[in-house]
Every structure is written in structure tokens, then in C-alpha cells.
Write a protein that binds this ligand. Structure first.
Ligand code: SF4
Length: 73
């Protein structure tokens, strides 16, 4: 699933990491990440609110999160 304009991809290797999930939930200004019991979940309805601030990229190990601009394809 993706937004209309933005898709956020979380690498499987960090998707279940509770600590990273919490960090992501904290840093994203538009609440795209949610820390759940199972790790990080994406809040689909907020995806298109992404401001491309890159804070999530900095909060996760390098290359483990990808913010994809679908409209540039
Ligand atoms: S780039 Fe910023 S707004 Fe977009 S998902 Fe990452 S933290 Fe959230």
C-alpha cells in the first residue's frame, strides 16, 4: 500500500525493531510511523502528508528507510 504521491518503505531488517519504531514515531512531523507491539507500522492515511524532511532517514540505520516520490516516476 502507498499514498498517492508518497510511499515509505521500511526494510524488513528494522521493521520489527521496537526501539527504532519508537524513534520513528517521535521524529516524523506528520505521524507516518506508528510504534506497535510488532514493530513499526505505517499510517497509510498520513503518507501523502510527508514533507520530505528526511528525519526518518536519519533516525534509522543508513539505507533502511526509503521515501519514494511516486509522482516523479
Ligand atoms: S521524510 Fe519526514 S515527513 Fe516524510 S516520512 Fe520521513 S520523517 Fe515523516
Amino acid at each position: 500500500m502507498a499514498g498517492m504521491f508518497i510511499d515509505v518503505r521500511v526494510d524488513a531488517s528494522i521493521a520489527k525493531d521496537a526501539e527504532i519504531a519508537k524513534k520513528l514515531e517521535e521524529v516524523c512531523p506528520v505521524d507516518i510511523f506508528e510504534a506497535t507491539d510488532g514493530g513499526v507500522a505505517l499510517v497509510e492515511k498520513n503518507l501523502d502528508e510527508c514533507t520530505l524532511c528526511d528525519l526518518c532517514l536519519e533516525a534509522a540505520p543508513k539505507g533502511k528507510i526509503e521515501v519514494v516520490k511516486l509522482y516523479e516516476r
